[in-house]
Design a protein around this ligand. Structure first.
Ligand code: UGA
Length: 457
């Protein structure tokens, strides 16, 4: 087929599609990208990048002559035989992944038929490959083959994750199809896992669910640490040195968010349920993650009593640093919960413009961290943006009505902050009142039982 010469098609220029297109272009391929969003395609053709991802703008600019954007399937399919599908698969109300966009793509490709390989990059439920092939065959598109090639990109590190991955997973029915797709990754130095389509689909879900499990596990350990005076950061370090455990994804905090983990864990649970299996562990992973955010509110109540008419400053809103993504961010739940307790909420995030924001009704988004902290009775570090580590905390302390700081990511130097006069509390860091009654939170009573006010220091 000579893939190095014939352009690669990428359908869907959201986050995954755009990063994949830029990286394939960087590897020397010509790439034609299709999206149904005309504005987005026009913007990209004019060099305007709709998302924030470190290094992406430059990579697209450097490889401009190998990249082209279109809204026309006719245009795409006359140029490309290998088509990577990178459209959204958001959660549906039932918890299943919504595959309507995938079906739309399959319909368009089936209509035009030809000799092609449809390569699924989007995260789709196990079994989707089989359904797609059925749809293609039913419509007479016998020459269209199917390969599963899940992505493992982290927002904020996506380019590195594409070009230096831990592995490339290729699930194919026909080994020749797998060979063709593997050849496109020439230049990427990584183990390649060649397998069947359903196994490749499951590798993606199982990986994300396992990582989410690791996070909920360490969060529960953190909660126990608080009751017994241990420090979860050192516990994680000590655990992580065991090579069977590894040091990654053991950062305790207010839980996981983003467009992937919450959706994929839910979808895997649903997938198991649909096939008659009750995936008990994932229920706990999801519940722990939900309660973890509320725990932070319980910590404030434990120190302050009622939050009614108090002002709380949130530092960070995105679901993690180095992204502008607010999907399933802990900040959304926290802001609503705090306002539910009667507090006034101000917030700052380097990626969220000052003013009002539809996802944060009632919250004042400030133009600086200082503004968010001014006159605040408490602050919560929600996202560990590096700039918060560099803040002049002594000056911030003077701005606040009460220097109470809950570090939802254990990202700050608690000792230094305590020395600067803060009432500092991390999660599972033994800074809080040992044995404090946060039990109601972990037992599922979301309003928390704690009411005693007053700091430890
Ligand atoms: C995640 C996976 O890491 C990628 O491999 C995968 O490709 C991607 O989902 C996807 O399915 O598309 P991403 O959602 O960008 O990537 O973010 P992560 O860096 O994995 O972080 C997810 C969440 O977990 C964040 O809210 C982060 O703050 C939280 N987290 C992460 C912790 O609370 N503790 C940790 O130790 C690590």
């Amino acid at each position: 087929m000579g893939e190095r010469q014939s352009p690669i098609g990428v359908i869907g220029v959201g986050y995954v599609g755009l990063v994949s297109a830029a990286c394939f272009a960087h590897l020397g391929h010509s790439v034609v990208c299709l999206d149904v969003d005309e504005e987005r395609v026009a913007a990209l053709s004019a060099g305007v990048i709709p998302i924030y991802e470190p290094g992406l703008e430059k990579l697209l600019e450097d490889n401009r002559e190998r990249l082209r954007f279109t809204t026309s399937y006719g245009d795409l399919l006359s140029a490309c035989r290998v088509l990577f599908v990178a459209v959204d698969t958001p959660p549906s109300p039932s918890g299943d992944a919504d595959l309507s966009r995938v079906r739309q793509v399959v319909g368009e490709v089936a209509e035009r038929g030809g000799d092609r390989i449809l390569v699924m990059k989007s995260t789709v439920p196990v079994g989707t490959g089989g359904h797609v092939l059925h749809q293609l065959r039913a419509r007479g598109a016998d020459g269209v083959h199917y390969v599963s090639n899940p992505e493992f990109l982290r927002e904020g590190a996506a380019i590195q994750d594409f070009l230096e991955p831990d592995r490339v997973v290729i699930g194919a029915t026909d080994p020749e199809d797998g060979d063709r797709i593997e050849a496109l990754y020439r230049g990427v130095d990584a183990p390649v896992v060649r397998t069947s389509v359903p196994t490749a689909e499951m590798i993606k879900y199982a990986s994300n669910a396992f990582l989410a499990t690791k996070i909920s596990f360490i969060n529960e350990i953190a909660n126990v640490c608080e009751g017994v005076g241990a420090d979860v950061r050192t516990v994680a370090e000590g655990m992580g040195l065991d090579h069977r455990i590894g040091p990654h994804f053991l950062q305790a905090g207010i839980g996981y968010g983003g467009s992937c983990f919450p959706k994929d864990v839910q979808a895997l649970k649903q997938l198991a349920g649909n096939s008659g299996y009750h995936f008990q562990l994932l229920n706990a992973v999801i519940e722990v993650n939900q309660l973890q955010k509320r725990r932070v509110v319980a910590k404030l109540k434990q120190r302050l009593g009622s939050l009614h008419e108090l002002r709380v400053g949130l530092l960070g809103l995105t679901f993690k640093p180095n992204t502008d993504d607010l999907r399933e961010a802990a900040s959304i739940v926290l802001a609503a919960r705090l306002q539910g307790e009667g507090a006034t909420v101000g917030a700052y995030d380097p990626m969220v413009p000052a003013g009002a924001h539809p996802q944060f009704p009632g919250v004042t988004i400030c133009g600086s961290p200082e503004e968010a902290l001014r006159d605040a009775d408490a602050a919560i570090l929600v996202t560990e943006w590096p700039e918060f580590q560099r803040l002049d905390w002594a000056a911030c302390r003077e701005l606040m009505a009460r220097p109470l700081l809950v570090d939802g990511r254990n990202a700050l130097d608690g000792e230094a902050l305590a020395a600067a006069g803060f009432e500092y509390e991390g999660l599972g860091t033994a800074d809080g009142p040992v044995g404090g009654d946060l039990e109601s939170v972990s037992s599922g009573r979301p309003d928390g039982a704690a009411s005693s006010a007053g700091g430890r220091r």
